[in-house]
Design a protein. Structure first.
Length: 295
């Protein structure tokens, strides 16, 4: 399925469009269950994760490669690819560039023949501090609304130039060492579990979600964190329960329900085992401390 630059610009929400014209578009993407099944564009795509990891499949790697925030992916025009996020709050910046815009940049900066040679196939390159800063600025919505469109257009152009420079001066990255892949995997599992602390998450569900075996994900998680997945989720639940007890007047049963316990008594048992305190004692101690600080 062709997703042309014209289509992307026409259908983009104002909140996601950083800059756009017929030849060059920059968008913010991601969100809950982000996934774009096999498609292609009529321009070059630069894919830059900001938070979380994207699984990028293309003709040379149909099993996919993980693109993390320390790198960006290049997908040539007309090359079919499939992208999906591993966690619900994944965000990324995507830059699309037609050859006419590329030629205009060459007229301004000089020949980019090495860049052209390196982007004939899908590849990944390192993110440097300039690119990281520009990604953040492109997503920043706290600036003055006056002239914001012009500012974002300049930021988008700067991000594109810095990416092309990184390609010209660098070398394509491999798919990552086994160790770095494992680190990314466990970080994504932790984020996924933490976002759904109130839900019952089976090992089978995690195994299917992250495309790894039950044995591998449980072993690797314990190796990297020192905890079982269940113990990690319990810790997240209790931390959120403490926060709610200290900062709200919600009934204890309601706090328990919100963080995934079946009852207030179940929450109380878990807190006593972990901290030696009942929910009312957690709330009372927090209130006493607040009074002491206020004096």
């Amino acid at each position: 399925m062709l997703r042309s630059l014209n289509f992307l610009r026409r259908t983009a929400l104002p909140s996601t469009l950083i800059a756009g014209c017929d030849e060059h578009i920059t968008l913010v993407g991601g969100g809950v269950d982000y996934a774009k099944p096999w498609h292609w564009h009529d321009g070059l795509m630069l894919l830059l994760p900001c938070l979380g990891v994207l699984n990028l499949k293309h003709e040379a790697r149909r099993d996919g490669v993980w693109v993390s925030p320390d790198r960006f992916a290049v997908v040539p025009a007309s090359h079919p690819h499939d992208t999906s996020a591993l966690q619900s709050d994944q965000t990324h910046v995507a830059v699309y560039l037609r050859d006419e815009a590329f030629q205009r940049i060459e007229r301004q900066l000089g020949s980019l023949s090495r860049v052209r040679a390196l982007i004939r196939t899908s590849a990944m390159f390192s993110v440097n501090p300039d690119i990281r800063a520009l990604k953040a600025l492109c997503r920043d919505e706290t600036g003055d609304a006056i002239g914001q469109g012009a500012v974002r257009a300049h930021l988008s152009a700067a991000l594109l130039i810095r990416c092309l420079t990184a390609i010209e001066r660098g070398q394509p990255l491999g798919t990552g060492s086994r160790d770095s892949h494992a680190t990314i995997l466990i970080d994504e599992v932790k984020a996924f579990v933490a976002q759904r602390a109130d839900q019952t998450l089976s090992i089978d569900l995690l195994s299917e979600r992250f495309n790894v075996s039950r044995r591998h994900i449980t072993r690797l998680f314990r190796e990297r964190t020192g905890l079982s997945i269940g113990a990690f989720q319990q810790g997240v639940r209790l931390a959120e329960a403490r926060r709610l007890l200290k900062t709200t007047d919600l009934p204890i049963d309601e706090v328990a329900f919100r963080v995934g316990f079946e009852s207030g008594s179940a929450l109380a048992r878990a807190l006593r085992r972990r901290d030696g305190l009942a929910p009312r004692e957690v709330r009372a101690r927090s209130a006493a401390m607040a009074r002491t600080v206020a004096r």
